[in-house]
Design a protein around this ligand. Structure first.
Ligand SMILES: Nc1ncnc2c1ncn2[C@@H]1O[C@H](COP(=O)(O)OP(=O)(O)O)[C@@H](O)[C@H]1O
Ligand SMILES: [Mg+2]
Length: 301
């Protein structure tokens, strides 16, 4: 395959300052706050995401990354604040409407349905995010054609993600890593223009991680905006165009990967909670129970 020529980076020269304006933001967040009891989980005063870029969100456990995703994608409601996706205000819209507008997310814990086949999981995703049924207005005779269209799209995506050979297996038989791939492929059934991935590589083995990262790059090359939460700094340094650092609900820093990685405040935010693995994470402290997936499997890649 020929080397693709890297397009000019639109974020080059943008100041690495929290809240800095981007040349062409697809998502703009203002004064977004969410608290649980006395705890402020998210408190973001201003944040812009550049269209067509890969932005990583990093930060220690409990920094508010997942809550931030939940808020902007309509899976949770903020106490305060606003955000615009492609110029449209999304506050008060449900998750499925936001998905239909083109902003789709995946979950830290996969939401695949173990007792459905891989292909059925994919086809169900086309019927609208959030379990929404096929549009009732679809008249019967057009249904078969539509279903065939969906099947073709699903099979093509499964093929692209290297799991086509599993299409007739129950999703429950997939490895944790394969489930992550299925989760991402499923999200793509909705043809998003902005995809938000919550820890897409967690528990995925190195070979599958590489394949997943290739897909993320491929999405960007097709003009899709990618925002992803990631703990592995090698992955962050490898594929992101921009990095946002969250700590205690707020944006602590943002900038190009190299700039952020050498920012003393960022290092401190991690080291302040550091454990022996040096990742800054406290293993096992992730508040998982709220993300009730259909089931929770060990993600063994
Ligand atoms: N539904 C909830 N109820 C109570 N506390 C919550 C809830 N969701 C998140 N939190 C708390 O908000 C903070 C941010 O959590 P989260 O967004 O999951 O962080 P991250 O994804 O960065 O690890 C944590 O202290 C967490 O315990
Ligand atoms: Mg999280």
């Amino acid at each position: 395959m020929a080397e693709s020529v890297a397009p000019p980076n639109p974020l080059e020269g943008i100041a690495p300052e929290p809240g800095v304006a981007k040349p062409d933001p697809i998502l703009v967040v203002d004064d977004l706050r969410r608290s649980f009891g006395g705890l402020t989980a998210v408190d973001v005063s201003h944040l812009e995401f550049q269209r067509g870029a890969i932005t990583a969100i990093i930060g220690p456990n409990g920094a508010g990354k997942t809550t931030f995703f939940n808020l902007v994608t309509g899976f949770d409601a903020p106490n305060d604040g606003n955000w615009r996706y492609d110029g449209r205000r999304l506050k008060g819209r449900g998750a499925h409407r936001i998905a239909r507008a083109g902003m789709v997310r995946t979950f830290q814990l996969t939401k695949t349905l173990a007792k459905l086949t891989v292909l059925d999981n994919m086809m169900l995703a086309a019927q609208g995010q959030g379990g929404e049924r096929i549009d009732r207005a679809l008249i019967r005779w057009s249904w078969a054609a539509r279903e065939e269209q969906i099947r073709v799209q699903a099979e093509a995506l499964l093929d692209e993600f290297g799991i086509a050979h599993m299409k007739d297996e129950y999703a429950g038989t997939l490895s944790g890593g394969q489930r992550k791939l299925l989760e991402m492929a499923r999200a793509l059934m909705a043809k998003p223009r902005l995809i938000m991935l919550d820890e897409p590589t967690a528990g995925v083995n190195p070979a599958l991680t590489q394949s997943l990262l290739e897909h993320v790059r491929g999405l960007r090359d097709q003009g899709v905006t990618v925002v992803f939460v990631e703990h592995d700094m090698d992955v962050v340094m490898d594929i992101s165009d921009w990095v946002v650092v969250m700590a205690q609900g707020a944006v602590l820093a943002e900038g190009p990967p190299v700039t952020v990685a050498s920012n003393p405040q960022v290092i401190e935010a991690y080291l302040g909670r550091s454990t022996s693995d040096g990742s800054g994470e406290t293993p096992g402290k992730e508040p998982r129970s709220r993300e009730t997936g259909d089931e929770q499997v060990p993600e063994d890649g």
